[in-house]
Design a protein around this ligand. Structure first.
Ligand SMILES: [Zn+2]
Length: 254
């Protein structure tokens, strides 16, 4: 389901284009900071310039704007880790120590995780449709709305066949989070499709409570398309529902 990344520039190839879900701490035009995908320390944030710069020792005057922005973010992250944990270290590797040939700064705190647990540095590739739909079902069933956007491509759209509505990423997250009476989502069936597992279908049973306290059960089939390791398109077919969305079930616009 996941592949390890074996190139030499994880940041240009995977992290900056956000080909995998990242736990982002800071992002602006020039800099990305996120919790390391395979942390070596208890607290481990990596800060990178978005533009390719090979390492600290190759920085030139041309890179000044990127390096200034990088340092500003390193300072902010380090200050926050220092405040929260009472200690922090800032590190950048060079030469043979540097596994990814793109300048990156580690901000870390706490004990080093055992190398046995960590293994050699590896980065997981994007999840396929089956893995993403499985995770999506877990996240929705757990009402873990903060984790939901991380599974969705920035250009994500969801189309509801019965109403003809189309939601973007934020809109669809809100629709789910705000849906009155939603309780559980039970996976009934999951089928992966497409050449590289980039398509999948999830059939699920959704249980909720009606306005008068009765139990509501719906069946839904979700047809997913994956791009860059994230869900990019979802088409939902609900059964036993009206073409008009029930009153009070749509998040307020704003
Ligand atoms: Zn690079």
């Amino acid at each position: 389901m996941t592949q390890s990344y074996d190139g030499t520039d994880f940041y240009c190839d995977v992290a900056v284009p956000r080909a995998v879900p990242l736990d982002v701490v800071h992002e602006d035009e020039l800099v990305l900071a996120y919790h390391h995908t395979r942390p070596f320390w208890d607290v481990h944030v990596v800060v990178v310039p978005k533009r390719h710069i090979a390492s600290l020792t190759t920085v030139t005057a041309e890179d000044e704007a990127d390096v200034r922005a990088l340092l500003r973010v390193v300072q902010r992250v380090a200050r926050q880790v220092e405040e929260e944990h009472g200690a922090a270290a800032v590190l950048t590797n060079l030469g043979a120590y540097q596994d990814s040939r793109h300048l990156h700064v580690h901000v870390h705190s706490g004990p080093q995780r055992s190398q046995a647990a960590v293994g050699p540095p590896q980065h997981t590739g994007g999840m396929d449709a089956a893995a993403l739909l499985t995770r999506l079902a877990e996240v929705i069933d757990a009402h873990d709305w903060d984790a939901l956007p991380d599974l969705l491509h920035e250009d994500f759209t969801c189309r509801l066949v019965h109403t003809g509505e189309v939601f973007d990423r934020d809109g669809w997250v809100r629709l789910n989070a705000d849906y009155p009476g939603f309780q559980r989502l039970h996976v009934e069936d999951l089928v992966a499709d497409g050449d590289r597992g980039d398509r999948g279908v999830l059939r699920a049973r959704v249980v909720g409570t009606s306005g008068t306290g009765g139990e509501l059960v719906f069946a839904v089939a979700s047809f997913a398309t994956v791009r860059d390791g994230l869900l990019s398109e979802l088409t939902e077919v609900w059964t036993d529902v009206d073409q008009q969305a029930p009153e009070g079930t749509r998040p307020r616009q704003g």
